[in-house]
Design a protein around this ligand. Sequence first.
Ligand SMILES: Cc1cc2nc3c(=O)[nH]c(=O)nc-3n(C[C@H](O)[C@H](O)[C@H](O)COP(=O)(O)OP(=O)(O)OC[C@H]3O[C@@H](n4cnc5c(N)ncnc54)[C@H](O)[C@@H]3O)c2cc1C
Length: 262
Amino acid sequence: MYAARHAKAKPVAKPTVTEIAPGKAITPHGVITAPYVVRATEAYTGTIHGLRRTVAPIYSLAIATEPLPDEVWAELNLATRPAFNDLRHVRVWGQRTATGRIVFGGRGAPYHFGSLIRARYDTHEHIHQGLQQALIDLFPQLSTVRVTHKWGGPVAIPRDWHPSVGLDHASGLAWTGPYVGDGVATSNLAGRIIRDLILERDTDLTTLPITNHRSPKWEPEPIRWIGINAGIRVMGSADRSEARHARPSRRARMFGKLIGGH
Ligand SMILES: Cc1cc2nc3c(=O)[nH]c(=O)nc-3n(C[C@H](O)[C@H](O)[C@H](O)COP(=O)(O)OP(=O)(O)OC[C@H]3O[C@@H](n4cnc5c(N)ncnc54)[C@H](O)[C@@H]3O)c2cc1C
């Protein structure tokens, strides 16, 4: 959360904003006032009053292997450090780290009722094992490699799966994200877009499709919980079916249309 100048509250170690209103961010310790308030809370957006249905925090999980020798990297055809994924419905992705490990991640962990976020949800034994198996399926050479790290966290998914960044000039309220799970580079881009919007500059960035895009709200619970977890299951089973039959899954196409995703 960035709420800029003219801070009236005393600095606190971790100022949790409970509510945002034009010109102010409200915390249990005091109110911070600023001409513009930029919300950059990503998966945690729903913890702020009135924003519970803005994004769904969906967990993304990852594993890392022990460092691999150069010969293995050459054999995997990944010596030049490309990032990769294979476009299955329940996404997986991987890349080489600076220390020569392979980091491999994916979705599939359950959505928690009420968009709850807890540290204990960052790991999920079944999903982490599934990731290791998916890695071995892609690269059988790694079947005996040790997995040394497992972790995860929530990413912010809007109802239409469309990233956005924007500013309402009338209220001074701005938002950077959600990034739909791809925020490392996009958050940098969003920072530059929000700069241009606040300074009222017309640039190439302020006409991008993500600029001032507004996503619809998620459904209230329990529909949200039922829909998202059904989606995760349907897409997982579609992946298994496509792997077996080598043709696009009809259930994935139908469900994709229903949830407005891709
Ligand atoms: C396992 C995993 C793998 C990922 N891999 C990739 C990848 O390969 N490529 C990629 O592009 N993206 C990836 N992502 C997503 C990426 O990490 C995020 O999109 C990115 O970190 C978002 O950055 P951010 O600064 O917007 O939000 P965050 O880093 O989530 O920061 C949000 C900040 O807001 C603060 N905050 C939240 N609520 C409040 C509040 N109420 N009051 C005050 N402060 C608050 C938090 O303390 C935090 O500092 C991955 C995510 C996970 C979990």
